[in-house]
Design a protein around this ligand. Structure first.
Ligand SMILES: Cc1cc2nc3c(=O)[nH]c(=O)nc-3n(C[C@H](O)[C@H](O)[C@H](O)COP(=O)(O)O)c2cc1C
Length: 181
């Protein structure tokens, strides 16, 4: 289903440096806070909850990696977009946001409306949400699909029924923080 169109961010959103202004333990943050992965345009985008991600340094670039199974509606958007964003929310918003965005599909519902979040655009196909606390903007520079022949731990294969993730490595090109959070 087409989602609510994205509007301009409020003045609370300010550009920061991922290298010096990112706070917290990245491993705990990814695993426990969960993120929204969003791709598309201000008129046509999709978003989903993700708790599997990576962040680091590769090819002389600050990068983030997200993992999207083939059946996700977000997958179509991640494939056709040049950018994706990773957004984090405060604890007070987490349950409401991810109950919708991690369990229902944008094929069927307007997630933003149901989760009570406002889509915003930082320009050029970069979509975030006003109520989030931070937005990591990634420019896709590589993608690939997991090859089960390369799983060295048998437990990994048990997480799949043939629906191996496609992963997207994104160069972190912008980092925005919401000063009201
Ligand atoms: C906590 C949590 C973490 C999730 N992490 C991922 C993930 O990293 N990759 C993925 O493909 N799906 C993940 N999902 C599942 C998607 O968020 C879920 O299937 C979503 O409804 C897909 O929406 P879509 O069809 O609109 O893309 C996660 C779900 C939850 C609740």
């Amino acid at each position: 289903m087409k989602q609510k169109a994205a509007i301009n961010p409020s003045a609370n959103w300010q550009e920061r440096s991922i290298a010096t202004d990112f706070e917290g333990n990245i491993v705990a943050k990814i695993a426990q806070e969960w993120a929204l992965i969003t791709a598309g345009t201000s008129e046509d985008y999709n978003t989903m909850t993700a708790s599997w991600a990576l962040m680091g340094y590769l090819w002389q670039k600050e990068v983030a990696v997200c993992f999207v199974r083939p059946q996700r509606h977000t997958r179509t958007y991640a494939d056709k977009s040049d950018f994706f964003t990773i957004t984090y929310f405060d604890k007070s918003d987490k349950t409401r946001v991810h109950k919708v965005c991690g369990n229902q599909s944008g094929r069927d519902i307007d997630k933003a409306e149901l989760a009570k979040i406002t889509p915003i655009t930082f320009g050029g196909g970069i979509i975030g949400f006003e109520e989030a606390k931070e937005t990591i903007v990634c420019k896709k520079i590589y993608f690939d699909d997991f090859d089960p022949k390369h799983f060295l731990d048998g437990a990994i294969g048990e997480l799949y029924e043939g629906d191996y993730h496609r992963f997207y490595i994104g160069e972190i090109v912008k980092y925005y923080k919401n000063s009201s959070k």
